[in-house]
Design a protein around this ligand. Sequence first.
Ligand code: HEC
Length: 112
Amino acid sequence: MINKVLTVSLTFACLAIITATSVNAANVTEGKIIAEKSCQTCHGMDGIATSPVAANLSGQQEVYLLNQLKKFRSGKREDPQMSIIIKMLNDADMENVAAYYSGIKISVKMPE
Ligand code: HEC
């Protein structure tokens, strides 16, 4: 009996963990769609900025990117362009697009 109760509770505990992970797991494919629609004009699909005032995003830390997006949305960070764009994104969109741009691999070359 105790074993059965234990098994059932363990099963639920595992299910809860699996559900929590899949809700939080950022989706790179979804992020790419957002980048195509809303970001590439200024940040490029490869995350290299198309204008000197925009930022390169490729290879950037995922947490850093997400934090900046949250700051733009809350108004803690302001920019005439980003502050408008960010209104089109919900929480999942921000996580997904941060995962997409941070997932682009870059290599660095030190100055001579
Ligand atoms: C119309 C041009 C434009 C578009 C479109 C645009 N951005 Fe930006 N983005 C900028 C500019 C300009 C900056 C620099 C802001 C500043 O100087 O503070 C910036 C900055 C950022 C930063 C901060 C980078 C850093 O190093 O701190 C992130 C992250 C970012 N953009 C993500 C996005 C995402 C994701 C999208 C698409 C949903 C997007 N941007 C669409 C122009 C744009």
